[in-house]
Design a protein around this ligand. Structure first.
Ligand code: BGC
Length: 750
């Protein structure tokens, strides 16, 4: 080792000993110091408190807050990382000022633990599943559970909150997002973040923005016009930021209109910080920072996971005048004020035991609100356990588990992957993880008097032979997704389409339960009696599915995403894949190439405003199951629409209408409100503008009121950089799905 490097090592080691020993100062002494400091006065605002701390900070302390300490496998790891709790990100604290470290963990559908500390977390249904509940309270509970479990594991920052709109359903992270509508997704993520931050944990919303494919995500340049971006992809973030007030926004890997998202001034400063008045900090996705001066000026506040650009290089840039100290102060102020605002300084997390039973309850409850009944011919469902003698449960691993979504969202299952041999419990990146929630056992428990037999479906003729002997055949089919790769297509893998067709041919009472993170095509749809979309249903998925199958739960969820008839109907023939030189192919020095910036390749969202159902509507393409669709064991009727435009607070449009339960079963209906804008607005045929979830007893009618924010009726005027309500006639449509809208009324708006 040469002398300067040796010297550098010694300095780093000394520094880490200093910081670690400072961190080990007895809590009483630290809290004494904290109590005396003027910024510990909780009566002051987060901004005042941050300003007081900032005044005391040295340049080294400031820079230390602008980056993480590295992560194994992703660039160099600093000796300071020794203080990390084992999560994806760790930013050192400043003990002399009473500022704690930031301990970040991935937490998309539960707290990720990749085996480091082996602690338990609850796996909720995937985010997309939660979106199918259209339930803001459930989203809050979802976020709150994550916040509680983060704290219990010693974390004070969540890396969840994915809200990229699904422009491309083959995107390998579709399960981590909230569907294809900006208002539904934005409102749901806002509620989720509020739930998390109420637990005194820093919340985050990601991946900002237009990170709509995983293929070549570090290189791809997403081309999209500003109006489309503001009215779709960015609107989801805008609503999420407004309603959830997240302390952090994570910028994405990809380029947007030429610039990397993490050094994109339009996205980070012009839109996020100025137009939306975002007060928190922008954290880069892991290795998504590509510069010091440009990124800092564009509005990036913190580099993760290491310090390639925002560590020593930032200090040098300040000292040589390339980055003004005022810019660094703004970054630090944003981080500090967020820490005060979220309560992580006044109320730091204390490790404790996770409430496992409580977590089961929340996970099952959300799954029951998320499972979408797509088809129910001859009222096949619910099954009456007292009248069924035999059931065939068929499909890969449906004897032991249900599949989950993978990547940084992956939550470790209790006791390990259900399909691994005992003793090999740990999850591995790239290997599907099945949660130990057994459909076979759950069905047996519901139908103790029936003969319930299992076939894995590997041999289609043996599966069909079993199906033939049973009163009912239930096939569990899956499609697996992982971050970093897109789906090749929307077909079920492993010949499951053929399996289902073979079973359906053998048994006219076939029910298919889908465990998918994206829509799938269903060439067999008309041959089966029942279809349930269970998504990635989480740790209590099988129990929730069984409760729906046997009618203890009356399904109420609606699709947050369109299921097309065929892939040929999607806006793009395939996901654009990178040419070879734009990829890094997993070589050990990847991080250097990624940091330096890989050659761009292009994807162009020329469908523009026509995202999801707006595309199929505008292009007049028939779909398999439309956005907003979902059956129930009850039936509902709609009547008596009135649209009130004057005298409402905030210029909102109010709709009143009646929903009636026309069945003899108590149920919950999600009533949806769409608007068709005046023709001069040049918009897709209609957009979702509101909804209401209503519980109705048999034959009960309820008057429903939905208020529509004027922004939801507006278009984005790029020249004026403002939302504009186009004067003219607006048609309001109300009903139970985007394609079943029995009530209509047109009003003129100025
Ligand atoms: C993902 C982020 C995640 C981060 C930390 C990245 O690869 O894109 O969503 O939060 O890793 O694990």
């Amino acid at each position: 080792m040469d002398l300067p490097r040796l010297f550098h090592r010694i300095v780093l080691l000394a520094l880490s000993i200093l910081i670690v020993s400072a961190a080990l100062v007895p809590a009483s002494a630290q809290s004494g110091a904290r109590q005396k400091a003027p910024w510990m006065n909780a009566a002051l605002s987060p901004d005042e408190r941050a300003a007081l701390v900032l005044k005391e900070m040295t340049i080294d302390e400031k820079v230390s807050m602008l980056h993480g300490t590295g992560l194994k496998g992703l660039g160099p790891v600093s000796p300071l990382a020794v203080g990390s709790n084992g999560g994806a990100g760790y930013v050192v604290g400043i003990p002399r000022l009473g500022i704690p470290a930031i301990q970040m963990s991935d937490a998309a559908y539960g707290v990720r633990q990749s085996g480091e500390n082996g602690r338990y977390s609850t796996a909720l249904p995937a985010d997309l599943a939660a979106a199918a509940s259209w339930d803001l309270d459930a989203a809050y509970e979802y976020g709150a559970l994550i916040g509680r479990e983060l704290r219990a594991q010693g974390y004070n920052m969540s890396l969840g909150g994915g809200v990229n709109l699904t422009r491309e359903p083959r995107d390998g992270r579709t399960f981590e997002y909230l569907g294809e509508d900006p208002i539904l997704a934005g409102r749901m993520v806002g509620s989720l973040i509020r739930g998390t931050q109420a637990q005194h944990v820093i919340g985050d919303i990601k991946h900002y923005a237009v990170n709509d494919q995983e293929s070549g995500r570090n290189a791809v340049n997403a081309n999209i016009d500003k109006r489309s971006m503001r009215e779709s992809d960015l609107l989801a973030f805008e609503i999420g930021v407004r309603e959830g007030n997240p302390a952090a926004v994570m910028c994405a890997y990809n380029r947007v209109n030429g610039d990397y998202a993490c050094e994109n001034k339009y996205l980070l400063t012009d839109v996020l910080k100025k137009d939306w008045n975002f007060k928190g900090f922008v954290v880069s996705d892991w290795e998504a920072t590509h510069s010091t001066v440009k990124a800092s000026a564009a509005g990036l506040d913190q580099e993760e996971p290491g310090e390639i650009f925002f560590g020593g290089a930032m200090k040098d840039a300040v000292q040589s005048g390339r980055v003004p100290i005022a810019e660094v102060d703004d970054h630090v102020r944003r981080i500090l004020r967020s820490m005060f605002a979220c309560g992580v300084i006044d109320d730091p997390p204390l490790k404790s035991v996770v409430d496992v039973v409580g977590g089961f309850e929340v996970a099952r409850n959300i799954a029951e609100h998320s499972i979408v009944l797509l088809r129910n011919e001859q009222a096949q469902l619910p099954l009456d356990a007292s009248r069924i003698h035999s059931i065939a449960v068929i499909g890969p691993h449906s004897d032991v588990g249900m599949i989950s979504g993978a990547g940084s969202a992956q939550v470790d299952p209790p006791g390990g992957n259900a399909i691994m041999p005992p003793g090999k419990g740990q999850t591995k990146w790239g290997k599907p993880v099945w949660f130990p929630t057994s459909p076979l056992k759950a069905i047996r428990a519901k139908a103790p008097g029936a003969k319930v037999q299992f076939d894995p479906g590997t041999d289609h003729s043996s599966a069909a032979a079993l199906a033939k002997t049973a009163d009912v055949a239930i096939v569990f089919a899956y499609q697996w997704e992982i971050e970093g790769a897109d789906l090749d297509n929307l077909s079920l893998p492993e010949h499951q389409d053929e399996l289902i067709a073979a079973v359906a041919a053998a048994n006219p009472h076939t029910i298919v339960v889908l465990e998918t993170g994206s829509p799938v095509t269903m060439p067999w749809a008309s041959q089966v009696n029942g279809i349930l979309e269970a998504w990635y249903a989480g740790t209590q998925g099988a129990e929730a599915v069984a409760n729906v199958i046997f009618g203890e739960v009356n399904p109420s969820a609606k699709l947050p995403i369109t299921f097309p008839r065929s892939e040929a109907d999607l806006p793009h023939r395939t996901v654009v894949h990178p040419p070879r030189e734009s990829t890094t192919n997993g070589e050990p020095d990847d991080w250097k190439k990624i940091a330096a910036g890989l050659p761009a390749f292009q994807t162009t969202y020329d469908e523009q405003l026509k995202v999801g159902y707006k595309w199929y509507d505008a292009e007049k393409k028939d779909v398999l199951f439309p956005f907003g669709y979902g059956l129930s064991y009850s039936t509902y009727s709609y009547s008596n629409l009135r649209v009130i435009t004057g005298g409402t607070p905030g210029g909102k449009v109010r709709l009143n209408f009646t929903v009636t339960n026309t069945s003899n079963r108590t149920g919950v209906e999600i009533a949806e409100v769409y608007a068709a804008l005046p023709a001069v607005a040049a918009e897709p045929p209609k957009r979702l503008v509101g909804w209401s979830k209503i519980k109705l007893n048999p034959a009960e009618s309820k008057e429903v009121a939905v208020e529509v924010d004027p922004q939801y009726l507006s278009i984005f005027d790029v020249d004026r950089n403002a939302w504009q309500l186009v004067p003219g006639d607006y048609m309001f449509l109300v009903g139970g799905s985007s394609q079943s809208l029995p009530l209509k009324e047109s009003v003129s708006l100025k």
